[in-house]
Design a protein around this ligand. Structure first.
Ligand code: PLP
Length: 417
């Protein structure tokens, strides 16, 4: 039995997506660039998928959609391309809580002489907009922010940020990493100041190994991968037809499913979160309550180790994560939670649960039945017994509509009791 609550790491391929891909994995294997009749179906399938992605992005033209291999490639192409586009400018801006595919690309540019500003967040994970306003100047080539954070789910106000960027410097390019927004919130670029935006198919029920990049028609970027003329010269390499077809279908399903995501998936996420916060005295919500994608909750368990929690949950068939999939496995605490100033008492014991449209009520009930005992058992062997006792007394349980502590950060548990 697997209870999969790690959908921000990757998602299951939707059966309908798989069905759509199947002919292009089997019989329709022609190279879409070939001249014969046999290749027409493949090249038409790419054109259809490009239109589906255009619609998903809310872009004006399907010429603004480039297929890539993943979210990391999209970010690399946008960031490296943007500085090449604005080559006289030597200042770039991002946030402290970006995914490593952005942060490490910025680090590379920093080594090449670019001045980088990393904008901070508050304890809820929300961006310091005033700091951003102050930093943009005449020399700023690029501002890069994520639509939603992979660890906390916190949403950044990308439209407002786009307005600020362009009002401060119309020549600064604006890239949005929408990998964790796609399929959870409306990521339309319509009437926005977004110049480039990246997504990754495997985060919204397409397979791993396919992504896309929106590039506004007036922005010219050099290719990251040079070679043949595919993707109008933007990205060389024979097109991955079945995966492109799969992502197109997944994007259509994701758009149609937004309502469900923001009602049913959110209801289950809230049930899980409230239930955990209620049942465990040493837990706290690690983010803003309301300003989040509907599928994610990040909960800190104080004075215990997250890795140990994950191992116990894994024994019960429950998949969750600490930090991002890219950093879990390292003992470094999450750079996102550190940027938020998360107390060290829960920094090492923070767990992310991320749901999908395939998550069932039964699964959430199972986690709520099992997890409190896991936390209790691990808490019992923590070396911080005095601190835990103090916490137990001062915080108490969220019950009867009252939380014992005036500055309690247990969110909905206190409000909805
Ligand atoms: N950006 C964000 C916010 C992510 O969460 C991820 C993956 O977790 C990526 C980018 C990278 O996507 P990919 O794994 O497709 O390269």
């Amino acid at each position: 039995m697997v209870i999969y609550l790690d959908n921000n790491a990757t998602t299951k391929v939707d059966e309908q997506v798989f069905e759509e891909m199947l002919p292009y994995l089997k019989d329709e294997y022609a190279n879409p660039s070939s001249m014969y009749e046999f290749s027409v179906k493949s090249s038409n399938a790419i054109a259809d998928a490009r239109e589906q992605m255009r619609d998903f992005f809310g872009a004006k033209s399907e010429r603004e959609v480039i297929f890539t291999s993943c979210g990391s490639e999209s970010a690399n192409m946008a960031i490296k391309g943007a500085v090449a586009h604005n080559k006289s400018k030597k200042h770039i801006i991002t946030t402290k809580v970006e995914h490593p595919c952005v942060l490490n690309t910025y680090k590379t540019l920093e080594k090449q002489g670019y001045k980088v500003d990393y904008i901070g967040v508050n304890s809820n994970g929300e961006l310091d907009i005033e700091e951003l306003k102050e930093k943009i100047n005449e020399d700023t080539a690029l501002v890069s922010v994520m639509w939603a954070n992979n660890e906390t789910g916190v949403i950044f106000p990308v439209r407002e940020i786009g307005e600020i960027v362009k009002s401060k410097n119309p020549n600064t390019l604006f890239f949005v990493d929408a990998v964790q927004g796609a399929g959870k919130v409306d990521i339309s670029v319509e009437d926005s100041n977004i110049d480039m935006m990246g997504v990754s198919g495997h985060k919204f029920h397409a397979p791993k190994g396919i992504g896309a990049l929106y590039i506004k028609s007036n922005v010219i970027l050099p290719p990251l991968i040079t070679g043949g003329h595919q993707e109008r010269g933007y990205r060389a390499g024979t097109e991955n037809v079945p995966y492109i077809v799969g992502m197109g279908k997944a994007a259509t399903l994701a758009k149609e499913g937004l309502e469900h995501e923001n009602t049913e998936v959110k209801r289950l996420r809230d049930k899980l979160e409230t239930g955990i916060l209620k049942a465990t005295f040493n837990s706290r919500l690690n983010s803003s309550i309301s300003n989040r994608v509907p599928n994610t909750t990040n909960i800190g368990f104080e004075y215990i180790e997250g890795e140990l929690i994950l191992l116990h949950l894994s024994d019960l068939g429950i998949c969750a994560s600490s930090g991002s999939a890219c950093t879990s496995g390292s003992l470094e605490p999450s750079h996102v939670l550190r940027a938020m100033g998360t107390p060290f008492t829960s920094l090492h014991g923070s767990i992310r649960f991320s749901l999908s449209r395939f998550t069932t009520e039964k699964e959430i009930d199972y986690v709520l039945e099992k997890l409190p005992k896991v936390i209790e058992d691990i808490t019992r062997i923590s070396p911080y017994q005095d601190e835990l006792e103090h916490l137990r007394k001062s915080r108490g349980k969220c019950s009867g509509g009252v939380c014992n502590k005036s500055n309690c950060n247990k969110g909905k548990c206190c409000e909805s009791d």
